[in-house]
Ligand binder design. Structure first.
Ligand SMILES: [Ca+2]
Ligand SMILES: [Ca+2]
Length: 444
């Protein structure tokens, strides 16, 4: 390891900045594939000389004849080297690898026969349970969220049957989001979610079958924002070794700037509260409309992407005082952001589609068997819907908030959802534009 790298790391440590390493097939302990100059001692040397290590991220992919085996062998060895290191500021590093994430199925895979991640689905390799592999060795989920042109086959009934996207543009938007979402749904408590992103990866295959349009800047921005609104901690930008990508209009550097800017547009919202509730980790392949929503205290931000070619659609929202039952209609091909102020104490805690007296009964009775886990916890990071003040815990303050709502009659049949819902006006950021630091609304 070069002296200057250690010197830089020490300076980073002094100012409290994170230190990370990227390991590839040439500087892993057992180099493989066709790596060029190799450095098999790079990991050991780095661990022994760095003052600390926050992230060890790998791009180890199954290149070459025995690639699958070499990925496993190297990840296991790197895991051992890090975790057994005597320096606790090294041994506690977060470790992740390209395309390794928790989840038993991968609906984003074009081929239905390759969607099971708990058994071998590739040729010429041993059985490889990728879900168990992640859970054994890794704690940074790194799904590959590229808009591959090859995903256009998700709109092909010959392969997918009825389960198709409405068009190719929707396919290359939905598939990467679904892959990030399944990782988010299955993320273990305390793990990180850092997807790989890119602008476009064309298919070197017959255009009759692989022919998706490269994503527009608006689609790229929206995908990055959906990823953040589903609990990703950060993202990592992929580039090919020669620094080029196959997007005809947006080069690598431009993509990087767009992704960083799109992510940062949400900073103000995320910074407004220490804790966040992630309301939707599901995707909808067939409709072509995807929506993500995050609650920060009593504010909610919703991003709706309608990639259907002709149908206007609205996203359904959970019954809550201050929210309409659906967002306003979003025109085909458009992305739209909506923000609302709501009363998070008045919600459909029973999850039966309405707000009534049963909801506070369910809230109170659930306190006794209080479990922190919710379906949308994203590695324990997302808060429970019952955490009304977004303090990070369901506690007495939340009970008081509910009690106040009861006193105000907000759970009574006359003043519940029926009268309050639909009466609020969304602050549609459409009219505000980018100068206010909110996500763009764009057409393709
Ligand atoms: Ca209810
Ligand atoms: Ca609370």
């Amino acid at each position: 390891m070069a002296d200057y790298a250690v010197c830089v790391a020490k300076r980073m440590d002094r100012i409290g900045a994170p230190v990370g390493l990227i390991i590839r097939e040439r500087n892993c302990p057992f180099p493989y594939g066709n790596p060029g100059p190799i450095d098999p001692l790079a990991v050991e040397t780095a661990l022994d000389n760095l003052p600390k290590l926050d992230y060890l991220l790998m791009d180890l992919e199954p290149w070459g004849e025995n690639g699958d085996e070499m990925v496993r062998r190297n990840v296991e060895e790197i895991y051992r080297l890090v975790r057994e290191h005597p320096n606790p500021r090294i041994s506690s590093a977060a470790i992740g690898n390209y395309n390794d994430w928790p989840g038993m199925t991968d609906e984003a895979s074009i081929w239905p026969s390759k969607r099971n991640r708990t058994e071998d689905t590739s040729f010429n390799s041993d059985a490889w349970d990728r879900d168990a592999f992640y859970k054994t060795f890794l704690n940074v989920a790194m799904p590959v969220a590229y808009p591959y042109e090859a995903y256009s086959r998700h709109s092909d009934t010959a392969i997918q049957g009825e389960n198709i996207t409405p068009n190719d543009r929707a396919a290359i938007f939905w598939a990467p989001l679904e892959r990030v979402s399944v990782a988010a749904r299955n993320l273990l408590p305390g793990n990180l979610l850092i997807p790989w992103v890119s602008n476009f990866v064309d298919a070197n295959a017959p255009p009759a079958f692989y022919n998706a349009p490269p994503p527009s800047e608006a689609d790229i921005r929206a995908l990055v924002q959906h990823i953040r609104l589903r609990g990703a901690h950060s993202f990592i930008v992929w580039t090919s070794d020669n620094g080029r990508t196959s997007h005809p209009d947006i080069n690598y550097g431009e993509f990087r700037a767009i992704a960083i800017d799109a992510w940062a547009e949400l900073d103000e919202f995320f910074d407004s509260s220490e804790n966040h509730e992630f309301l939707n980790l599901e995707t909808d392949k067939k409709s072509g409309m995807q929506w993500s929503a995050v609650r920060a205290g009593s504010e909610i931000k919703i991003l709706v992407s309608n990639l259907h070619q002709s149908r206007a659609m609205a996203a359904p929202l959970p019954p809550t005082d201050g929210l309409p039952s659906h967002t306003p209609m979003v025109e085909p091909g458009e992305h739209a952001v909506f923000t609302y102020t709501l009363d998070p104490a008045v919600r459909d805690f029973e999850n039966d589609g309405d707000i009534d007296a049963n909801d506070f009964v369910v809230f109170i009775s659930a306190l006794r068997g209080n479990s922190r886990e919710t379906s949308n916890s994203v590695g324990g990071r997302g808060i429970d819907p019952r955490d009304i003040d977004a303090s990070g815990q369901v506690d007495l303050m939340d009970v008081i908030a509910i009690a106040n709502a009861i006193r105000e009659g907000k759970f009574s049949p006359d003043s519940g959802r029926k009268t309050t819902r639909g009466g609020s006006t969304p602050r549609n950021n459409r009219s505000r534009g980018r100068s206010r630091g909110v996500a763009s609304v764009d057409t393709k």
